[in-house]
Design a protein around this ligand. Structure first.
Ligand code: PYC
Length: 315
């Protein structure tokens, strides 16, 4: 398997260039189902330990069905499959440019949840125009074991998010383990209460937000990803979900710039345009850097050839 690795504002992406499963040529959402049903070992083998890490997001490079798209991509992590992934789209664009496969300028990528456009303005900086985002529920209050009452909004930004200002800990990197446990308890409580996204979809990303640390940014977040890792970047889809909430509350106008800071202090710059039915079309700008290109080997005698499931690796 040939891969190229990058990080976007600290969050790693492994783009699978070749050697992945044959998923046919159907719609990307269909190909994602085939991937999950018949070839899940490619997911764990390529991004879980010992070849990857819990923080890593994989992007399988596919042919797009839409001829206007430069590529198709199916995103996945240590726990399963993602709809869209903002940081990985930026990472993939920078990696494809590094390989000489795309030039600077505007490109379109097909994903299982729709087409996103990517403007590569220099070899490290890209702006994605994400799928339409919206707030589904405002001010949901729930009782969370160990935390008490927590309230927040449910929003779609290409993945489902519960966004809360009720972080029990300061949004500082020294609190990452405590923030992770608290966010995980909220995720479990949402599941137990049957609070979901549209069509019963699980809310699998939890986002705490609060004031920024630096004077240039407008907010800081902590995002827990579905497999228990926290997002080192400010999370592209999480920033889109945040913009959808700000727009719905009248707290951010179209084209107004919102600088979102991550828990490690890296930043995305974001803004939105109004879409249909109260949805927003957000643009997220961030930087990515290629950090490796390699061949992954799968030895038939290796007991961990298919990767070590995260729960086992944690002990
Ligand atoms: O950037 O959208 C994102 C993302 C989702 C999960 C990790 N990063």
């Amino acid at each position: 398997m040939q891969v190229i690795d990058s990080h976007t504002e600290g969050e790693p992406t492994r783009l699978i260039l070749s050697g992945g499963p044959d998923l046919g040529g159907g719609p990307l959402a269909e190909r994602r189902k085939i991937f999950a049903r018949d070839h899940d070992r490619f997911r764990t083998a390529s991004i879980c330990e010992p070849r990857g890490s819990d923080a890593m997001v994989g992007a399988l490079l596919c042919d797009a069905t839409d001829a206007t798209c430069a590529a198709g991509m199916i995103f996945f992590n240590n726990a399963g499959y993602l709809g869209m992934c903002g940081h990985a789209s930026i990472g993939a664009a920078v990696s494809l440019h590094h390989l000489g496969r795309i030039g600077l300028g505007l490109h379109r990528f097909e994903t299982p949840v729709g087409i996103v456009s990517v403007m590569l303005s220099d070899p490290h900086t890209a702006t994605i125009e994400n799928v339409a985002s919206f707030r589904l529920h405002e001010g949901i209050s729930l009782s969370v074991p160990g935390l008490g009452r927590v309230s927040g909004d449910v929003a779609w930004g290409g993945n489902w998010f519960f966004l809360s200002a009720d972080s029990p800990y300061a949004l500082e990197s020294r609190n990452i383990p405590s923030l992770s446990s608290a966010a995980s308890a909220i995720k479990d409580a949402l599941g137990a209460k049957g609070i979901t996204g549209s069509d019963g979809a699980a809310i699998d990303h939890i986002e705490f937000f609060g004031p920024a640390s630096s004077a240039e940014a407008h907010g800081r977040n902590f995002v827990l990803c579905p497999g228990g890792a926290y997002d080192r970047s400010p999370c592209g889809t999480g920033t889109s979900a945040k913009l959808a909430c700000l727009a719905a509350s009248g707290d951010l106008e179209p084209d107004e710039v919102w600088i979102q800071e991550s828990i490690i202090g890296s930043r995305f710059s974001a803004q939105y345009k109004r879409g249909e039915n109260g949805q927003v079309i957000s643009s997220i700008t961030g930087r990515a850097f290629v950090c490796g290109q390699s061949s992954l080997y799968f030895d038939s005698e290796d007991p961990f050839a298919d990767g070590i499931p995260s729960a086992l690796a944690e002990g």
